[in-house]
Design a protein around this ligand. Structure first.
Ligand SMILES: [Zn+2]
Length: 260
């Protein structure tokens, strides 16, 4: 089956407060992550970096050229660290440092190369089954999906709870939010009530069963999040949402897991 060629692989949307959201519309919903750029006075912050199917940095010179950018990984799944190797500053939680350097598990976009057990867990969580590929278009003529492999890079700094990312005019405190993965990080700007949650919580089917996931730990993390004074949550997937929706999502999963 021929795949259409698309000129724009990434889409972007400007949010208030110097925040830009990116996503890859032609990637399967399971791996179609949001990643976020925050403009600062002295340096910028990139929270996650998509699949790495197309170079990110050179696609957006207005955001990256001539700027110091800290590329933080909320965790190290394929849809969140794809382009991290393009950046000089690569920050991650120690529990996932090894996986950033040498990715394992899901590292391909060819469905038949993916562990069937993983595929089953994703479908059970509420995602559509995979077709032949995890993309429905190609970024350029001659693109070979079999040549794609998630490429890691060694972290340049290990960070955890209470570490602060200082952009000069705005400060983000890191939160350790284990559950979806052992080293999941949240990024919290107290001054604006803005919280980036990665895949710990988003407004879609959460993935909570699989390697490195623990329901008791995940439940404790969700309870902690529910009590935070957030105004907006920018998540690793799906649209952003406010505190009321956060409460609904947390309560729904705690009930589902029998851990209210
Ligand atoms: Zn994800």
């Amino acid at each position: 089956m021929p795949y259409p060629i698309v000129e724009q692989w990434y889409l972007r949307q400007e949010h208030p407060d110097g925040i830009t959201r990116f996503w890859e519309p032609h990637v399967h919903p399971l791996e179609q992550a949001n990643f976020w750029h925050v403009r600062g006075r002295d340096r910028d912050l990139l929270i996650d970096s998509g699949m790495g199917i197309v170079p990110l940095r050179t696609s957006f010179p207005d955001l990256f050229e001539g700027r110091e950018t800290i590329a933080l990984a909320t965790h190290t799944n394929i849809d969140h660290i794809g382009a991290v190797h393009e950046f000089e500053h690569r920050w991650v939680h120690p529990a996932e440092a090894h996986h950033m350097e040498s990715p394992s598990g899901l590292t391909t976009i060819v469905a038949s190369d993916i562990d069937p057990e993983l595929c089953r867990l994703f479908v059970e969580a509420g995602y559509p089954p995979f077709d032949e590929l995890l993309v429905d278009a190609f970024p350029y003529e001659g693109f070979d999906p079999r040549s794609y492999r998630l490429r890691g890079a060694p972290p340049t700094r290990l960070v955890t709870e209470e570490d602060v990312i200082d952009l000069g005019d705005r400060q983000f405190r890191l939160l350790h939010l284990p559950g979806h993965s052992p080293g999941s990080l949240g990024v919290w700007e107290e001054a604006t009530g803005t919280l980036f949650t990665g895949d710990v919580v988003y407004d879609g089917p959460l993935v909570y069963e699989g390697p490195g996931m623990d329901l008791d730990i995940y439940a404790a993390t969700l309870r902690e999040l529910r009590d935070m004074p957030v105004s907006i949550i920018h998540a690793g997937h799906d649209p952003s949402f406010g505190p009321a929706r956060l409460g609904e999502i947390v309560d729904r999963y705690l009930a589902l897991w029998g851990r209210t």
